[in-house]
Design a protein. Structure first.
Length: 599
């Protein structure tokens, strides 16, 4: 054992004494600052919120050397009496907060400012695992809120505010459903944050910070009174580039399709959305904060999938859909919005329908969909400069057929004025056979469509235009009953014979004749959608191009037995029809020759 000299013992004793004094002083100072913090926090919160919020802390730990304070069991909540008073006076805030924080650490505290009453300043303000509930107030209680906020007595600044692994619930006040909207794994970092009268006026700041980022692991919207659940993952926003990104946006039923249809007393679509990526670029935060207008340079949707299923076996929906065209819905949107360009890349759209007459499901499928929508806006000043929203799309119909469509929506027309031009390339019978069997009880045995072109203009009441479809070798089989196609056995009957030989045009143009161009016009069924009107016009164009007389087919379907007894008369009818067509063609050629001779 080493013996210590008297001098060393004295030095060690002095060091120990100094250490004890520092510890005691630290406890005394810490106790003093604890008292200051316990007193200053409620005052600061009351000052910053005009006496609306309270705060409580279970435990306070102070480290004098690194100027840090750790708070545990922090609870911030709105004063219920003050909330009730403001609601009675119609001066309520749009939202109220209730925040629980297990651990809050503040580092680099400027003690001199705190004790001198100048304000609150620190280096790092760290919040760990907070649980935040946001209550939305009834808008009727806040529409007359004209009270101006009082000037802040003290300012609050922090070099960095950091929130780690937070959880946020958004709910309506006084509602049982407190999980209306959930955000999980929320991480936030704000740099050069400042709460002052000046910073509150600076629209360029992001949440009172010079710059910041928000990362959210997941979002879920699934209230009890809603049949769907909406979810998002990996949400991110950065104020540096003003870009918002998200992954895996999904809208799906919370139940099976069978259960959903059992709940319905009328026809209603099932929607299923799957957007793997979603991106908003160049968001104008200044306009959003100062005018409440959302301005976005571009929206990108990549590899999105949309599925729609309609059950026609249910009673018809008697609710009018007037006023629900895309441009009409945009006009009614409460949020002023301007999207310069929306870009779609490699999308996929499927519309399916359970048909009442055939009890089959027919589907229309577009794959590899891409294109743009430009000038999406409901802001009057921008609409006055450019009143058209133009949507250009292309893709593959039934896997192989090239399809192009251009929609032009009038943004200033309350009646939903629009025009559309669409083109479709080559198509074979096998691509549409299943659909025609399900939708129309007709099997397309053969078809070589070379191209199709449709031009339409209309509004919420009607649409009309021109239609051309060039094709050859059209042959069909009329299926009166579903069992006609069971086990691969098909019955060839009188209807099919008449259709292929007397009713349909097998080619366009027919041999020796000109191409048939038809005019189309359909009055809108106000119980049906915008795209139903487009589809009905195309269907009318196909029928008028390929079928000589639809009334004859309908009559034969309903009077097949009588038709069998009158085959000779039916043949004579169509023979006379063909002869009349030849006579009309000959007269047309004669008139053309006469005009050429006159010229």
């Amino acid at each position: 054992m080493v013996k210590l000299s008297k001098k060393k013992k004295i030095l060690i004793g002095i060091a120990a004494f100094v250490l004890v004094v520092l510890v005691v002083a630290g406890y005394i100072i810490a106790y003093k600052y604890k008292d200051i913090i316990h007193k200053a926090l409620p005052e600061a919160v009351a000052d910053a919120t005009d006496s609306l919020y309270h705060i409580s802390v279970k435990n306070v730990s102070i480290n004098i050397l690194n100027r840090s304070v750790t708070l545990k069991g922090v609870h911030l909540w709105a004063d219920s009496a003050e909330v009730a008073r403001r609601e009675r006076d119609s001066m309520a805030k749009p939202i109220y907060l209730d925040i629980h924080i297990p651990k809050l650490k503040v580092s680099g505290i400027m003690w001199d400012k705190l004790t001198g009453g100048e304000g609150y300043s620190c280096g790092l303000f760290s919040v760990v695992r907070p649980k935040i509930t946001i209550y939305k107030t009834d808008s009727a209680l806040s529409i007359y809120d004209t009270a101006s906020s009082k000037p802040l007595k003290r300012e609050f600044s922090a070099s960095t505010i950091r929130v780690t692994n937070g959880k946020v619930n958004y709910a309506f006040r006084n509602k049982a459903d407190t999980n209306k909207l959930q955000f999980e794994q929320c991480d936030v970092e704000l740099n050069d944050w400042e709460l002052s009268d000046e910073s509150l006026e600076e629209q360029s700041r992001f949440l009172l910070a010079e710059q910041g980022t928000i990362d959210i692991g997941s979002m879920l919207y699934a209230p009890d009174n809603f049949d769907y659940k909406l979810s998002l993952a990996k949400i991110r926003f950065s104020s540096n580039d003003n870009k918002f990104t998200a992954r895996d946006l999904q809208l799906k039923l919370k139940m099976s399709q069978e259960e959903f249809f059992r709940k319905q007393n009328m026809q209603k679509e099932i929607y299923e959305l799957d957007f793997p990526t979603l991106e908003f670029t160049d968001i104008d935060r200044n306009r959003l904060m100062s005018k409440g207008e959302l301005h976005v340079s571009a929206v990108h949707l990549n590899q999105s999938k949309i599925k729609i299923l309609m059950n026609r076996k249910l009673p018809p929906n008697t609710k009018s859909k007037l006023g629900k065209y895309p441009n009409q819905l945009l006009r009614k949107l409460k949020l002023p919005v301007y999207v310069k360009t929306l870009k779609v890349h490699k999308g996929d759209v499927t519309y399916s329908e359970i048909v009442e007459k055939t009890d089959q499901t027919g589907s229309i499928h577009f794959s590899n969909v891409g294109g743009t929508a430009s000038n999406i806006t409901n802001i009057p000043a921008l609409v006055e400069k450019d009143k058209y929203c133009v949507v250009k799309l292309e893709g593959k119909f039934s896997k192989y057929t090239n399809t192009h469509a251009t929609f032009r929506f009038l943004l200033d027309d309350p009646k939903g004025g629009f025009s559309v031009e669409a083109r479709m390339g080559t198509l074979q019978a096998r691509q549409i056979n299943e659909q025609t069997k399900a939708f129309a009880s007709i099997e397309v045995k053969s078809l070589n469509m070379k191209n199709m072109h449709v031009q339409l203009a209309g509004d919420e009441r009607q649409a009309s235009g021109n239609f051309t479809m060039r094709y050859s070798n059209l042959g069909i089989r009329i299926l009166k009953k579903p069992e006609d196609v069971e086990d691969g056995k098909r019955k060839k009957g009188l209807l099919t014979f008449i259709a292929n030989n007397m009713v349909i045009y097998s080619n366009n143009p027919m041999p020796g004749e000109d191409v048939r161009h038809v005019e189309i016009q359909v009055d809108r069924d106000e119980l049906k959608s915008f795209f139903n009107l487009i589809w009905k016009n195309i269907l009318q164009g196909v029928q008028n191009t390929a079928i000589r007389d639809l009334e004859v087919i309908d009559w034969i379907k309903n009077n097949e037995e009588e038709a069998k007894d009158n085959q000779t008369q039916i043949r004579e009818f169509f023979t006379r029809d063909k002869e009349k067509a030849k006579e009309r063609k000959q007269r047309r050629k004669e008139r053309e020759k006469e005009r050429e001779q006159d010229q």
